[in-house]
Ligand binder design. Sequence first.
Ligand code: SF4
Ligand code: SF4
Length: 135
Amino acid sequence: MPIEISDKTVKGEFIEKVMKLSGQNIQECFQCGTCGGACPMSAHMDTMPRKIMRMTQLGLEESVQESGTCWTCASCHTCTVSCPRGIDLARVMEAIRQLTLRKNVDLVEPSKLDEETLRELPQIAMVSCFRKLTS
Ligand code: SF4
Ligand code: SF4
């Protein structure tokens, strides 16, 4: 299936920032797809990790950040131990999240959570959610 690309601008700065923040050489990814095959969350991702890596290599910042994949990533590191190139993809996902949040994008608005959610969710899940999904 072809990759849907919404932005046509290659952003070298985005590539550099992802590599610097993650400490990973994303250009070493050769698109084997092992990460997606091993990922326990891949069934819930709109874009496979392999494609996220390719779009990041190409500097397609908007397409990468429009995808929900890095937010679905559970940071379990299964891909990291599976990658034949030794790329810590979990850190790449974290770098993409950080760069998105630096744009002051809040994916959860704490004050808008309804009472039932506040009552039912475990506190640790709430704290984790705010840390991961708010800027
Ligand atoms: S760290 Fe994220 S992308 Fe990697 S296997 Fe776990 S959930 Fe999937
Ligand atoms: S397993 Fe590693 S080399 Fe293969 S697609 Fe994923 S990140 Fe790239």
